[in-house]
Design a protein around this ligand. Structure first.
Ligand code: CMP
Length: 143
């Protein structure tokens, strides 16, 4: 069954000019783009998005990083989307990420790790709704 996940190309990868390469890897891996935008997160939005990490020692740095420049949230669809996308991007720490994964290729460090991926179907639905209205999710293409 097809399901959805939320990808974010984070400010480091946008700044390093990797948007095109990362989207190319995502599309070549068989994901369908349902919605995509470029935005600069406010402090309030970044804090809310990463609220689950609010007690972690890296939380303030994470909010600062995610508000440091534009990012590109992308709603994706594929069979087994959450797991397959996490395989495509590799481990959180690029030093531990497998060869050929997005983070191995484009991330700078465990913090500046180029991309985000939802960790469950439930969180994917919440995270997609955080960035996109339902009517922004494109259905029924290609024709
Ligand atoms: P992400 O998958 O978006 O989820 C939480 C983010 O916090 C993570 O990517 C990193 O950007 C950051 N992060 C996770 N672990 C650490 C860490 N040990 N030190 C600094 N930042 C981290």
């Amino acid at each position: 069954m097809n399901n959805k996940t939320l990808a974010i190309i984070k400010p480091d990868a946008v700044n390093d000019n990797y948007i095109g390469e990362i989207i190319s890897l995502i599309c070549k891996a068989g994901f369908k783009i349902k919605a995509l935008k470029m935005i600069k997160l406010s402090q309030e939005a970044a804090k809310a998005f990463y609220e689950i990490h609010k007690n972690k020692p890296f939380y303030n740095d994470l909010v600062e990083y995610m508000t440091s420049g534009p990012c590109v949230p992308i709603a994706l669809e594929k069979e087994n989307a959450v797991e397959d996308y996490r395989k495509l991007i590799g481990a959180t720490d690029p030093a531990k990420a497998a060869e050929g994964t997005v983070r191995k290729l484009y991330a700078r460090s465990v913090q500046y790790n180029a991309v985000h991926g939802s960790d469950s179907d439930e969180n994917a639905a919440k995270e997609i709704a955080f960035f996109f209205a339902n009517k922004e999710l494109i259905e029924n293409y290609p024709a």
